[in-house]
Ligand binder design. Structure first.
Ligand SMILES: *Cc1c(COP(=O)(O)O)cnc(C)c1O
Length: 453
């Protein structure tokens, strides 16, 4: 009998997160103050983040202990299972071994709870009463709503307009967990009002929603801001995924030749791939492929440059792959992949040649997701559907070559709140958007000039 699910006991859940910063072969380029061009210091960030998260953002420690209170909540859904995709392998008639680490078993249906709970905890510790945040497809907003609820914090979520309209169930989930959710751009902030004045029918973007949430937090004494992706401390919290996956693969007597995941801001895949980087630096052969939509091709088409994290240009300047902070991507269904920038850690690893990137059209992504759903049962979220497309390509290439590669897929969440997108695909209404070259060029012309420090 062949094993399908590789599970761990609760005692085997990692008790520390792994921080890659001290192990990088070259240090990361500094985050810069937008006005002075000088590297950002902890005090610059103190108005919007609790100090512990700021220290984690720059920590020189290899391992950071997960506080007991956070571990207790993790045990509601962790450890998450690692599956061997026997049925998908058979359907593809491939000699490849496909494993997937599945984060959809959490109450919010994705990996985002891993950092939401941690961020809410550290905010509570430091006296925060209320957290403001943005959400794309709604996964982050729902995860933070639950996290805040665990520690008795108020939560205000600015939700990208297109998703607010496409995915009402996400808003209802947020409200169920006790949060307040408004469509972004909203009339509640100056940034939102300015955008609405220019373009009342805008579908919104994560960049705009971030501007709103940052402004909200900066203006209120009792409120901090929280980001569900991109930042170093977010990827740090997500490493619990990769650390578990490594133990589970050991139980399966396997080690991946290829690791594939999707990147919006880079947090779920960062969390899976980062614990494998030390092995790669030590000479182990492992390919790591980040997948993104053709309509928002940050890593495959964008330059590696200093840019703002938000549309209004309120955030510090971050060196990252970017399509320009004013870029508004087409309204594809993978809302979580519609971000103009990329995690600076993922960007740095790509710049160093340690990881690769591939872009996928949404129709091909959904086609692959259907194959996955009909073999493995799980209906994937539209975001990891992009990664599944590349997994299937790799597995079919193995069929051609006869190679028996081991493939690890980061399956970041389920698509139960995205069934309207499946409906569009199944009824032939889903369309691909051409590479938005002219819009990207336009946005790149607004890249900020880095002030000379
Ligand atoms: C948010 C989300 C993503 C994209 O964000 P990352 O920070 O790149 O992980 C991918 N998959 C799911 C299921 C998500 O909820």
């Amino acid at each position: 009998m062949e094993t399908t699910k590789f599970t761990l006991t609760e005692q085997e859940i990692p008790t520390s997160w792994y921080n890659i910063l001290p192990d990088l072969p070259e240090p990361m380029p500094p985050v810069l103050h937008p006005a002075t061009g000088k590297p950002v210091v902890p005090d610059d960030l103190a108005p919007i983040f609790p100090m512990e998260l700021i220290m984690q953002e720059m920590s020189p420690e290899q391992y950071i202990e997960i506080p007991e209170e956070i571990q207790n909540i993790y045990r509601l859904w962790r450890p998450t299972p690692l599956f061997r995709a026997h049925r998908l392998e058979k359907a593809l008639d491939t000699p490849a071994k496909i494993f997937y680490k599945y984060e959809g078993v959490s109450p919010m249906g994705s990996h985002k709870g891993n950092t939401a709970v941690a961020q809410a905890y550290y905010n509570k510790q430091e006296g925060t009463k209320r957290i403001a945040t943005e959400t794309g497809a709604g996964q982050w907003g729902s995860a933070l709503s639950f996290g805040c609820n665990c520690f008795g914090l108020e939560c205000k979520v600015y939700m990208v307009r297109i998703s607010y309209d496409q995915k009402p169930y996400r808003r209802i989930a947020m409200e169920t967990w006790g949060a307040t959710c408004v469509p972004s751009p909203s009339k509640d902030t100056e940034a939102g009002r300015a955008i609405l004045a220019q373009d009342p029918d805008t579908s919104g973007s994560l960049g705009i929603a971030i501007s709103e949430a940052v402004e909200d937090a900066a203006k209120r004494e009792d409120t901090k801001y929280s980001l569900g992706s991109v930042l170093n401390h977010v990827l740090l919290h997500q490493t619990v995924e990769g650390l578990e996956a490594k133990k589970q693969l050991e139980k399966a007597d396997a080690y991946p030749d290829v690791i594939i995941g999707c990147v919006g801001g880079g947090s779920n895949f960062g969390g899976v791939l980062i614990p494998f980087i030390p092995d790669k630096l030590a000479g182990r052969k492992v390919r790591i492929i980040c997948t993104e939509p053709e309509s928002c091709p940050t890593m495959t088409r964008g330059p590696y440059a200093y840019d703002h994290g938000d549309v209004a240009g309120l955030t510090p300047l971050i060196k990252m792959y970017t399509l320009g902070h004013t870029f508004v991507p087409p309204p594809v269904h993978a809302g979580g992949l519609r971000y103009h920038g990329m995690s600076p850690i993922i960007s740095h690893l790509h710049h160093l040649g340690l990881i690769e990137a591939a872009a996928v059209h949404q129709v091909a992504a959904f086609k692959s997701a259907i194959t996955f759903a009909r073999t493995e049962g799980i209906i994937p979220a539209p975001e990891p559907a992009h990664a599944i497309k590349i997994v299937i390509d790799e597995a079919l290439a193995c069929k051609e070559s006869g190679e028996q590669k081991t493939i690890l897929l980061a399956l970041s969440g389920h698509g139960h709140f995205d069934l309207a997108a499946y409906d569009a695909y199944l009824s032939g209404k889903l369309i691909d958007y051409a590479y938005p070259g002219d819009k990207i060029e336009e946005a790149l012309s607004h890249l900020p000039t880095v002030p000379v420090a």
